[in-house]
Design a protein around this ligand. Structure first.
Ligand code: SAH
Length: 243
């Protein structure tokens, strides 16, 4: 048997947002690897081993997946959303860089619907013009760099999506991020807090920067900030396609 390795995105939560391509890869897998809650989204069945692991062990997880695939297993590494957005696809290639003997392995990256785009769709079209995505976590980069990118993106009038906005271990940083946004964008700019998008707990709230408080975000929230033309239309928020 020849092994293979897919890195698949499960989308933001709703099973209807899992692509048929990802479904097919999961149906043929012998091993599913990933963070516990994501692995739990794959139903158990005969012939499938589910390997759940803790957060922050991405490289170990990728090494494990490479070893299994090299031995002949059909392995799927699962990520939430899209695997290329602050997730396992890059971790896999980082591990692969150290294993030139495995560069010929059958590897596929299967895209998924990322949280930012699912949140935007449920809000209207807040990312309808140029936009960028920033991970606000300083786990893998210095906080100064987060601030620098945030400021420049705001000055360039991008609409923005923020992942990992706020966690219990770094409660002050998101507060600082809001201060920077108020300085650069003024008090009236629209900001959307989209929590647990496409799950039964979904809650989407749009306010102005003046009204925004750090407590509106947690680790299940993706935050969208409009550009200078972003506005409300009825219950929706949209950004015009022209600047
Ligand atoms: N690969 C994932 C992102 C992983 S980083 C993707 O493409 O969506 C984890 C962060 O994603 C969370 O802190 C949160 O900001 C965001 N996120 C993931 N799922 C979400 C959901 N259903 N609703 C809102 N935000 C979500």
């Amino acid at each position: 048997m020849t092994g293979c390795l897919c890195v698949a995105g499960l989308g933001p939560g709703d099973e209807n947002m899992v692509t048929p391509e990802v479904r097919a890869a999961l149906a043929e897998a012998t091993d599913v690897i990933g963070y516990f809650p994501y692995v739990a989204r794959v139903a158990p069945r005969e012939g499938l081993t589910r390997h759940g692991s803790d957060n922050r062990v991405e490289i170990d997880r990728a090494d494990h997946a490479l070893r299994l695939a090299a031995e002949g297993a059909r392995v799927v590494i699962v990520s939430s959303g899209d695997p290329g957005v602050f997730a396992m696809a890059s971790a896999l290639f980082e591990a692969l860089e150290k294993r030139p003997d495995l560069h010929g392995l059958d590897i596929k990256i299967l895209p998924g619907i990322t949280a930012m785009l699912a949140a935007a769709a449920h809000t209207g079209a807040p990312l309808g013009h140029d936009f960028c995505a920033i991970n606000l976590s300083d786990n893998l980069k210095p906080w100064e760099l987060v601030e620098h990118r945030l400021r420049l993106a705001a000055q360039a009038d991008f609409a923005m999506g923020f992942y990992n906005p706020r966690s219990a271990s770094r409660p002050h940083q998101f507060s600082r991020a809001l201060d920077i946004l108020r300085e650069e964008c003024g008090p009236d700019r629209l900001i959307t807090f989209a929590r647990a998008v496409s799950t039964p707990d979904e809650r989407i709230t749009t306010v102005t920067l003046a009204e925004a408080t750090p407590e509106m975000a947690d680790m299940r929230t993706v935050v969208l900030v409009g550009n200078s033309a972003t506005r409300r239309v009825g219950p929706w928020v949209y950004t015009p396609r022209s600047a």
